[in-house]
Design a protein. Structure first.
Lengths: 474, 369
């Protein structure tokens, strides 16, 4: 495991140096290993490392019958750790449901499908979709949906059968996920067409033809008397960057059926979005500050502020009040510890790394000395950048006073450093180093002041500093 | 800069000099604005789609710092370009790298600029070596075969000197004159390098990447389903058009390498022609580095980030002016792209710089082609 971990770190480091073909081979190897030798957790860890490169290269993925089975509902998959989330399917349910299904499918038919899958050539690198899925999927989806629908019907009418089923699947939440899987599998073909219309994922702002396609697809499902047309709405929301934009469209569908009692399309969409928001908020509340960077915290605060604004606009904030409060507290805590904590040292360290740097010819190892200055400046800038991003929305987490106070303190400190530097220049302390060295030092303070307090504050320092340098001899 | 047909089209630049050179400002509103000279030889700035309206604003260069709230980096860059009083792409690029090296656009931009300058020196050195080697081999009918070590070891240098003396004598030139001309020639074409060099020099890299962008943008536009996909088509077309145009000039600029004796004998005339080709090449690819870097950065972003990048690329797309490519097929069609984008670059009520936007612009300075 240690070897694997170190290999993974090594792969991570070299990720973008590996040729595309190697990435494809590696992906295929890991995915096959998952099916045969490696534990799923190890394979997932390895794939997680490769993921940034996979997004770019899109090598053909190892295709199994289980992956084909999951394809119709893969947009709805989430990492769930507790209760069933409305219109979402927990990844933890995939294996138990697949095992449950495969134990009941006709063995000869499964072998036939497996043979067809082996015979189908792998797609080329870079394709968004695997052409083998629409070729082999429909048959499997149809058979699976029929079989599992039958199982659900038996469970509905026989409590003992339901208990057995829950036991075999590993919990009620898995059974609920199974029910959602069946609902989506029954819509697999029409959803496939809509998925193409809403590709590639994630979809940003919906365009008029896409809105029209959604409406027509929904009308088509109603006309065909689909059991749970509401899951089309779930697919749409899951493919959008901002699911809230779909609310007016779904509200516009009126009181038509979603297949769930008392749920209009608007209510269905709100229930799903509310679940997504609660999951996000819950993840925020559970975040370990030790494991996130200052930039991550700034991202989270920004996402939280956006989400809060949408929830308020759509009147959904009250339903998640508890989760919002918990997330607010955690974010405030993380801002204090990860963004504001130690910021003085970091920022002033970035400035003083330049101000106190010895001339290159005097350093024991000029390259190491240069790298140390670079690292200090970069860390300082990244922290200020995180602070500025938090500052925009600090009011949403009640951190505006802390953030404003920090910005003010930093401004004072940098201005004071700048004033001292100008004093040194005027008094001739930097004459031996020369004008260029003085300018480098001035610019280090200037840059930081600009990032912290803006260009107007920095321009005065620039004017005074350059005037002092101009009067230096030489 | 392209105006849509109709009112204002009479102001559309017809030559590179009129289009100006893209300046890598970090003030978001001025990102890729262009510097050019007016009819009194004074520098001026042209800003396209400013405030989201069609057309260009033209501002006297010396007034730029008064009109815009500039970043510290841009104040320094503005000042340096003003001092240099040149709007030629190589000079503007040099100013851009010098200011980035000062650290005012952040440590990563500083490092990247230092590396870029060092790389250019290496490329110039390599080009000079290959030009010396190729020319002497050709002019001695293959009797002299030089290695890198010949330029370093005293015995090798003696051999080079002997060969050059023989050639110079035959051409009725002094050896030093021949040497100087080869040096100047090497420096002149160093942004391109010579054919057969294992390392691609900067302009050649840019041209090749512009050619690749045509395909990439075409494919991206075909699979995307947003308004940005419509912008990808003209970007792809313009990339293909520019790459073809630049390749033709490149071939023309490097053709004399095949006949060094003629060039070195008629140096003034021949070098002037090479200089013209190089200048046209610099102008042709000017502004594309930003486009390529923006796209390279966007490829690591999500779809929305890529769409934003395509929109920004379309806004700053360097279009070959009418008279420069007048004899090329499709030139007219290429120049008929209208542009209209609205961007939020400064706080609408404060006029303060948007630090996030500034950071995004600075991102392209971290990278190199």
């Amino acid at each position: 495991m240690t070897d694997l971990a170190s290999e993974l770190r090594d792969i991570e480091r070299k990720l973008f140096e590996i040729p595309d073909e190697k990435v494809a081979q590696l992906t295929m190897l890991i995915e096959r290993s998952r099916a045969v030798v490696m534990s799923a957790a190890m394979a997932n860890a390895a794939l997680g490392t490769l993921r940034p490169r996979l997004t770019k290269t899109r090598p053909p993925r190892y295709l199994s019958l289980q992956r084909i089975f999951c394809h119709p509902f893969e947009d709805l998959l989430v990492i769930a750790d507790g209760e069933k989330q409305f219109a979402r399917i927990g990844r933890r349910s995939l294996t138990p449901v697949w095992d449950y299904l495969i134990a009941r499918l006709d063995k000869a038919a499964v072998k036939e499908l497996e043979a067809a899958l082996r015979a189908a050539p792998s797609p080329e690198m870079g394709l968004h979709a695997d052409p083998r899925i629409p070729r082999l999927g429909p048959k499997l989806w149809e058979v699976a949906a029929k079989l599992l629908r039958g199982e659900l019907a038996k469970a509905a009418s026989d409590a003992a059968y339901k208990d057995e089923m829950i036991h075999e699947l590993g919990g009620e939440a898995v059974l609920a996920d199974l029910a959602d899987m069946v609902a989506v599998l029954e819509l697999a073909l029409p959803l496939q067409e809509l998925r193409e219309e809403l590709s590639p994922k994630p979809v940003g702002r919906l365009l008029e033809p896409q809105v029209e396609a959604i409406k027509q697809a929904y009308a088509g499902l109603l006309e065909a008397n689909a059991a749970y047309p509401g899951f089309l709405l779930a697919l749409v929301i899951a493919r959008l960057t901002d699911g809230f934009q779909a609310l007016p469209i779904f509200d516009g569908l009126g009181e038509v059926s979603t297949g769930l009692e008392g749920m209009t399309p608007g209510k269905f969409a709100r229930a799903m979005l509310s679940g997504d928001c609660k999951r996000f908020l819950s993840n925020v509340s559970k975040t370990d500050p030790e494991k996130v960077s200052d930039a991550n915290v700034a991202d989270m605060v920004g996402d939280f502020a956006n989400l809060l604004s949408r929830l308020k606009q759509d009147g959904m904030a009250d339903g998640a009040a508890k989760e919002i409060q918990a997330a607010t507290q955690q974010l405030k805590h993380m801002v204090k510890s990860n963004v504001l904590g130690g910021i003085d040292g970091k920022v002033m360290g970035g400035v003083s790394a330049v101000l106190t740097a010895a001339p290159a010819e005097e350093a024991a190892d000029p390259e190491i000395a240069k790298q140390a200055v670079f690292d200090a400046k970069l860390e300082a800038e990244n922290r200020v950048y995180a602070l500025q991003r938090v500052a925009r929305v600090a009011g949403e987490i009640g951190a505006e006073k802390d953030v404003a106070g920090t910005l003010k303190d930093l401004t004072t400190q940098i201005e004071s450093t700048g004033a001292t530097l100008i004093g040194d220049i005027k008094s001739g302390k930097l004459n031996a180093e020369g004008k260029e060295a003085a300018k480098t030092k001035l610019f280090a303070a200037l840059r930081m002041l600009e990032l912290v307090a803006g260009s107007n504050a920095a321009s005065k320092l620039m004017k005074d500093g350059l005037a002092a340098i101009a009067r230096m001899p030489g | 800069m392209n105006f849509p047909k109709g009112a204002g089209s009479q102001f559309q630049p017809t030559k590179f000099e009129e289009r100006g050179t893209a300046v890598a400002f970090t003030t978001p509103a001025l990102s890729q604005a262009r510097v050019r000279k007016d009819n009194r030889d004074q520098l001026e700035l042209t800003v396209s789609s400013f405030s989201g309206v069609k057309g260009n604003y033209v501002i006297r260069w010396k007034d730029v710092a008064e009109i815009f709230s500039l970043t510290m980096h841009d104040r320094e860059l503005h000042e340096l370009i003003l001092k240099g009083n040149s709007c030629l792409p190589p000079q503007v690029r040099h100013s851009i790298l010098e200011v980035a090296k000062s650290g005012l656009a952040g440590p990563e931009a500083q490092k990247s600029a230092e590396e870029a300058l060092a790389e250019e020196e290496n490329e110039a050195l390599l080009t000079r070596f290959f030009l010396f080697k190729g020319s002497l081999e050709r002019m001695t009918g293959g009797q002299v075969n030089l290695k890198v070590s010949d330029f370093v070891a005293p015995s090798g240098r003696e051999r080079v000197k002997e060969a050059m003396t023989d050639v110079a004598k035959r051409m009725h030139l002094q050896t030093q004159v021949l040497y100087d001309r080869l040096e100047q020639w090497g420096s002149l074409i160093s942004p391109l390098g010579v054919n057969g060099m294992a390392k691609e020099c900067r302009l050649r890299r840019i041209i090749n990447q512009i050619a690749m962008l045509e395909n990439t943008m075409h494919n991206w536009g075909a699979e995307d389903k947003s308004e940005a996909s419509e912008l990808a088509v003209p970007i792809a077309k313009m990339a293909g058009f520019t790459a073809d145009y630049a390749k033709e000039i490149m071939v023309s600029a490097l053709r004399p390498v095949e006949a060094p004796e003629k060039v070195l004998f008629n140096w003034d005339k021949a070098s002037a022609l090479i200089q013209v080709d190089l200048e046209r090449l610099w102008w042709t690819v000017d502004g594309w580095e930003f486009v390529l870097l923006l796209w390279a950065d966007a490829q690591e972003r999500d779809r929305d980030g890529q769409r934003a990048a395509v929109t920004e690329i379309y806004r700053v797309l360097p279009i070959i002016p009418e008279k420069e490519a007048a004899n090329r097929p499709n030139a007219k069609a290429m120049q008929e792209n209208g542009r209209l984008q609205v961007r939020a670059l400064e706080g609408w009520n404060s006029g303060m710089l948007d630090i996030e936007m500034m950071r995004r612009v600075e991102t392209t300075k971290k990278r190199r082609i």
